[in-house]
Structures are given as C-alpha cells and as structure tokens.
Write a protein that binds this ligand. Structure first.
Ligand code: IMP
Length: 439
C-alpha cells in the first residue's frame, strides 16, 4: 500500500443518485488539492449553493468553486464537449474564470450528437425495455467504448484523426438510426464544424491524467475523488438493466482514472435521509401516495439535469447494506435530514418480503414482487436547519441517525441540514454504531 493512503478520499452515492454529493464534495474540497470525476458524464447534475447563488455541475468536478483546486475529468468519464463548454462559460458569467484549473484525460471518450440521437431513438422505440435515461447519450457512448468504435479526447484534438474517425462513425451510426430506428441521421459537416471548434478550445486542457495524479500524489497533494450517480445505478452492482452505463461505486476509481484505489484512504458514502429514484426500475420502499408527494415537495425532488419529478420513498437498509459492503464504504454522510422535519412518523425498510418469504439480502434480480418490511420512528417535528452540532439536533433526529449507523454498521461523519455550505454538521467524533444489543 502506498504511504499516501490515508490522505486521499472518495465521495460516492449509495442510493440511486441525487444524494447531495455536490455539496459534500464542495465541503471536503476545501481540504484537497485535486478533485477528480472518474465516471458518468453530463447525465449527472451536482448542485452546490454558495450564498444566494446555486450552481449545477454536470461534468466539471464540484470542487471547482473552491479556489485553486485542480479539477480533473478522468478517462472513465464520457465527455460532452458541448456541455462542458457551456458549463465553463456559465462559470465565467458568474465571475469565475476557472478554465485553467480543469484537466481532461486524453483517454476520456467523447459524446457526439449521434450518441444522443441513438439514446433518444432507443428510449422512444423500445417496448417494455425503456430505462428512462437522461437522454445525454451516455449508454451509446460507453457502448462505442466497449466495442472499440469510440473517439477519445486524444483523437478529438487531432484534426486529421478526428475527421477520419468521425466520417467512419457517422456513416455507421446514420445507418443504424435510419434503418433500425427510422430516425433521421446526423449531418457530418454540421457536427464537424461545431465540434472541431470545441476541440480547438479544449486542446490545452487535455493531458495524461494518470501521470498527473501519480505526480500529484508523489508531491504530497491531497486528492478527492467524486463519484457521480449512486451505487444502485452501478452497471455491475446496481439494479440492472435499470442502471447507468458506468461503475459508480468506489471500485470505479481504478478503471476510471488509472490511479490505484489502494492509495485512497476514506471512502465516504452519501445517503439522503430518505430515498429517491429517477427513471424506470424497481424501488421497494417507494411511496406512491400523498406522503411521497410531500417528500418531493419538501425536498425539491426534481432532476437537476432533466427537471423530471423524482420518485420518493423511505430509506432502504437492505439496499444500503449491499452498496456499503460492495463499495467498501468507511463512513457515511447523511444529507437532507431537514426534509423530514415536519413528519409525524418516519419509516425505514429494514427487510423485504417476497410473498411469504422474508428477505434480508439484496437480490441480484430485484423486481416489483419485493415489498418492504417497514419500521416506524417518531418524527421530531422541529426545524433542524439552524442546528450546527449533533447535540443541537432534536433527540428523535439523533435517535434516527444512531439507528442508521447501527443498522448499516458504519459511523456517520457528517450530517447536512440544508443547501447552504454552512448547513453542514461535521461530527467530531464520528457517530459510531451502537453495540448490537442496543439496536
Ligand atoms: P443514463 O445514465 O442517462 O443512461 O440513465 C440511466 C439511468 O440512470 C436512468 O434511470 C437515469 O434516470 C439514471 N441517472 C443517470 N444519471 C443520474 C443522476 O445524476 N441522478 C439520478 N439518476 C441518474
């Protein structure tokens, strides 16, 4: 193990995304030198609120708001140059010219208009197999990467190579769009002129990221890895096929950056105090009632990328035990605790039932037959948004947090009670699980 192992850390979502990772990364980035995204693409929407201003990042690491941090986009990301440039320009409009802090892996794959066209065509025509994607072309771009048709940043910034590969791919993809989906193809020359301008702008930002990270490590820098989406959307460990196309858990770091995960110290797993999901797929603790609507309203549960209403439900301990163990999580951060402030009673799925069978283990093939076994907790019916220490939280809220630590077997390192940077409660010492008999 490298001697640097205690220094670096990682933030990952443990549910279906939208856990509030952006805010946690912004907070932890204050103590880091380098912040790295290692998977996903413009499907993510990481929201950070600073004062009256709210920023939403899709591809730029959320550490960009902290001054002087190198923000790295790893090779595991599928990068939309168009969306990245929009984000960079929006930062400039907010008075933050941080383009020189951004570094992009020359091995990252490029999302092009035919990927988005294919994503939309598939979602439109698939009968019974709709995923409810963000329509950002993520799946088709990762498909090209795996089938070795992809265009990487190193190709993209070389005009001759880009032109040659683009001609080949547009010919293939337009046949697929037209013949298979009956959808219009993309216009080669329009894509070429738009995207070669993006390549000119991004060329100085492209480099060998693996080397950059190892050099930073050798120089004593602190690196923070930022996961996108959540572990239940992980291509391998999530609720397949209702997943995204990348490895969203901590285990994605190795393949997504080339930097050894053995050198990463603390893995923070981010959990919203309840659960949400966007798109299709099973969700055992979902509330398809007025109670779900109330959570959606109180939590502002509408997609940061697509504006879609998120499905809402109770915390699911069965799913969390799975994503915590399989993602090697060390400590938890509980977000949006304040959203539960007005509830009379809070429920948690502590097991599943399938017919008469009791299920404790998260099934590989989760389907709608799994129903939650719920345990109720008294609500605290008081505002937590001004609390700045664990002791200031209402007793019932402290009890709820203690239950989460004990049921998952992991300490809680931090609690968030609002969107503001200041509404973050670092727990010192961490809130540790209670001995079993106390559960
Ligand atoms: P894709 O990543 O656009 O292919 O979408 C696949 C699935 O992941 C869909 O259910 C999306 O709603 C979900 N998804 C992708 N990105 C996010 C995210 O950042 N938050 C929540 N859900 C996401």
């Amino acid at each position: 193990m490298g001697s640097s192992s205690g220094r670096h850390s990682c933030v990952v979502g443990l549910q279906w995304g939208d856990e509030g990772k952006g805010k946690v990364v912004d907070f932890l980035a204050a103590g880091a030198d380098v912040v790295v995204r290692y998977q996903g693409g413009a499907n993510a929407g990481h929201t950070v609120k600073v004062g009256a201003k709210e920023y939403v990042f899709h591809q730029i690491p959320s550490g960009i708001l902290q001054e002087g941090k190198a923000c790295v986009i790893g090779n595991g990301v599928v990068l939309s140059p168009r969306a990245l440039i929009e984000e960079l320009d929006q930062l400039v409009e907010s008075g933050l010219d941080r383009e020189r802090n951004v570094w992009i892996s020359e091995r990252a794959h490029v999302v092009l208009p035919y990927h988005q066209a294919l994503d939309a065509a598939r979602e439109r025509t698939e009968t019974g197999g709709k995923i409810g994607t963000t329509l950002r072309g993520i799946g088709p771009c990762y498909t090209d990467k795996s089938s070795r048709l992809g265009i990487r940043m190193v190709d993209f910034v070389d005009p001759d190579r880009f032109r040659r590969l683009l001609e080949r791919n547009v010919a293939i993809k337009n046949r697929e769009l037209e013949l298979f989906y009956g959808a219009p193809g993309v216009d080669l020359e329009a894509v070429w002129s738009e995207y070669s301008a993006y390549a000119d702008r991004l060329r100085p930002r492209v480099r060998d990221i693996t080397e950059f990270l190892y050099d930073a490590d050798d120089a004593g820098a602190t690196i923070l890895f930022e996961g996108a989406q959540g572990a239940l959307l992980d291509l391998d460990l999530g609720t397949y096929p209702y997943v995204t196309s990348s490895n969203t858990s901590f285990l994605g770091i190795g393949a997504g950056t080339g930097f050894s995960p053995r050198r990463v110290g603390t893995v923070y797993g981010i959990i919203k105090a309840y659960a949400t999901r966007v798109g299709e797929g099973p969700f055992p603790s979902e509330l398809e009632t007025a109670a779900g609507d109330r959570l959606r309203e109180a939590g502002g549960e509408f997609g940061a990328t697509t504006g879609r209403a998120r499905r809402c439900g109770w915390l699911d301990i069965v799913a969390l035990r799975h994503t915590i163990r399989d993602g090697d999580v060390d400590a938890l951060v509980i977000t949006k605790l304040d959203v539960l402030d007005s509830l009379e009673s809070i429920q948690v799925a502590v097991a599943y039932r399938r017919g008469a069978e009791a299920v404790e283990r998260f099934p590989t093939l989760l389907d709608d037959e799994y129903k939650p076994v719920l345990r109720a907790f008294p609500g605290w019916k008081a505002s937590t948004s001004a609390c700045r220490s664990f002791e200031e939280l209402p007793a019932a809220a402290r009890e709820y947090l203690q239950f989460i630590a004990t049921a998952t077997g992991r300490p809680i390192a931090m609690v968030s009670v609002g969107k503001e940077r200041s509404q973050t409660i670092p727990l010192d010492p961490w809130l540790v699980p209670r001995a079993k008999s106390g559960e």
